[in-house]
Design a protein around this ligand. Sequence first.
Ligand code: NAX
Length: 325
Amino acid sequence: MKTPVHVAVTGAAGQIAYSLLFRIAAGDLFGPHQPVVLKLLDVPSAERVLEGVAMELDDCASPLLHGIRVSSDAGEVFDGAEAVFMLGATPRGPGMERRDLLQVNADIFSAQGRALNEAASRRVKILVVGNPANTNALIAQRNAPDLAPECFSAMSRLDHNRATSLLARHCGCNVAEISRIAIWGNHSPTQYPDLHHALVKGRPALSLVDPAWYVEVFIPTVQQRGASVIAIRGKSSAASAANAALDHMRSWLVGTPKDDWVSMTVASDGSYGIAEGLMFSFPVTIENGRFRIVQNLPLNTFSRERLRLTEAELLEERAMVSHLI
Ligand code: NAX
């Protein structure tokens, strides 16, 4: 029997976690032969809910689930963790400004970054989902100086999946026939869903769709998809977010297919002129557990302007939390 992988999940009493944990326990992340230990973190007031989630995980009788720990102590939960899903964040409350939201989450992610620095495995893979995800990931990373910066990432895979699905529906094909979609920038309405390199059945996507549809429908639909789900479902995306989190981690573990890439928020190395260190969504290829930002994609004026816009927003967010990084 293989040694279990320790997976830590923060915000484990929340709705994304409720769609994520059972799939990890069922083998959807590491496959049907790899046991896991699930370590669940939430705030002390959510302790009873966490206990209930643990009871339900027990009741699945999954042969892959070799242990469950629940705690409100980050150090305990991150101890030896090899994969970490950071879902826990404070939502925007009534009357809360964006600056206040950034601040309150900055405090959470700096403390949890320090706890990861102390306790996590040195080869840990960390995915930040809790919003504002890019800047939260930056703060956690900067507070974990003993971990390689490449241990940290944030999620733009849901945006990538939304874009893929929308293009496939529009072109009347299967999502498996779409490749090279790119999401650039922030996980916010300034993100840039880019079809200039995308292929549909091997043909350039932009030769198959009306340019007006691309600019006036496709881009805003992807940018606003989260808000549309809230407006219609009454709650933010949860199952699709959990699914994207699994897709993100699985790609990181097993790699990307030849001739394709995925969108992933990682520290900028200056590629495409994006400020170094900023956590920015790029198209990346992955091999042997290491991601590389796809290089030398031609960007026209339209694309360059979109990249600047979303970079400016991230620079502004970074400036608001500069005392913590
Ligand atoms: P919920 O409000 O259902 O759950 C969040 C959980 O985090 C709660 O149980 C809360 O008690 C816990 N929490 C708060 N502070 C914590 C702390 N300091 N330590 C540990 N746990 C803490 O939200 P849910 O719908 O599960 O969404 C989680 C986060 O994902 C939110 O920030 C949300 O905005 C974000 N999203 C990010 C997406 C992305 O693509 N990056 C898409 C989906 C989602 O909107």
